[in-house]
Write a protein that binds this ligand. Structure first.
Ligand SMILES: [Zn+2]
Length: 310
């Protein structure tokens, strides 16, 4: 769909200032509960896992604990797997897929891996079904020392001790129709540039690191998810979301250069999952199951290839 009407905040060609950010904030409303949906689930995991509060967002009257879940029997001799969800709070299956993985699947990896799962990196965005944080900053362009998102800086501090020791990192995302209808137009308006319409891929894909693409690893993730939901085909240009498809269902980005969460460790195996929840063929349960399948396949592959040369 091509829309030419300007975004309702700001003036075309002019980046937002404080007044425009305030106008944008006034349009954001709580639509669901982090404390109920997410913190409540984490609460019942405390009997089996260590729960770490690695920071706290103080956003006006709203306070959000930043919560990570770790294997209780953390062993220095075992490889480390990091799973992150909800870096974009609106990407629901990332949050609930991470929670389902730790609740129902973590036991299968016990004694083989240390798990660190951060299911909802951006709780303010989770509640408002938004991509940005309170300050109209995208956490997933902010994983850098001079980043402007507290969500990203807190996660970087949490992960610092395992940065060089993690074997595998799976960062759970979605690509949604609202990316094209709302979030990209909002981004263009915020930055004072023209919105270039794009296509939303129909199906699941992964984003690898162009500096460390690991095609066999990405394939294992795609093959596992294909049993749960359909994989996005390339468009007529051979691309997915404007980037060349390098193998079925896979594109690569320079994740560190872009300040993406997938570059937060030096893990040999990293992938960013992109579930498509708006397909008439995909239910919310399927989307969560696709995230779980991706995590399981990633961890299994990493375990069976951990001696390989990276
Ligand atoms: Zn995302």
């Amino acid at each position: 769909m091509h829309t030419t009407s300007p975004y309702p905040i700001g003036k075309p060609g002019q980046p937002w200032g404080e007044a425009e950010v305030a106008a944008w904030q006034s349009r954001q409303t709580v639509q669901r509960s982090f404390h109920g949906d997410v913190a409540g689930v984490i609460e019942r995991l405390r009997s089996r896992f260590d729960v770490v509060e690695y920071g706290r967002l103080e956003y006006g009257a709203d306070t959000y604990p930043l919560l990570a879940i770790r294997s209780r029997n953390w062993s220095e001799g075992l490889p480390i797997a990091l799973v992150t969800g909800g870096v974009h709070g609106y990407e629901t299956s990332g949050v609930h897929g991470a929670l389902q993985f730790i609740e129902h699947h973590a036991a299968d990896f016990e004694g083989r891996m240390n798990l660190m799962v951060v299911p909802c990196v951006s709780p303010w965005g989770y509640e408002r079904i938004h991509r940005w944080n309170l300050h109209a900053v995208d956490p997933n362009r902010s994983f850098r020392e001079d980043g402007q998102a507290e969500e990203a800086l807190a996660l970087m501090r949490l992960v610092a001790p395992i940065r060089d020791r993690a074997l595998v990192h799976v960062d759970l995302h979605e690509t949604t129709d609202s990316d094209e209808s709302e979030f990209r137009p909002a981004l263009a308006a915020r930055d004072g540039v023209a919105h270039e319409p794009g296509e939303i891929p129909d199906g699941f894909y992964t984003v690898g690191d162009s500096e460390n693409p690991q095609p066999g690893f990405q394939k294992a993730v795609i093959d596992a998810v294909a049993k749960v939901t359909h994989i996005a085909p390339a468009d007529g240009m051979g691309e997915i979301i404007g980037t060349p498809m390098v193998q079925p269902g896979v594109i690569n980005y320079p994740v560190r250069k872009l300040g993406l969460c997938a570059g937060i460790t030096n893990a040999r195996y990293t992938t960013t999952t992109e579930v498509y929840p708006d397909s008439p063929k995909a239910t919310p349960e399927q989307c969560n199951a696709a995230q779980v399948a991706a995590i399981r396949a990633a961890l299994d592959f990493a375990l069976s290839h951990q001696q390989a040369q990276g």
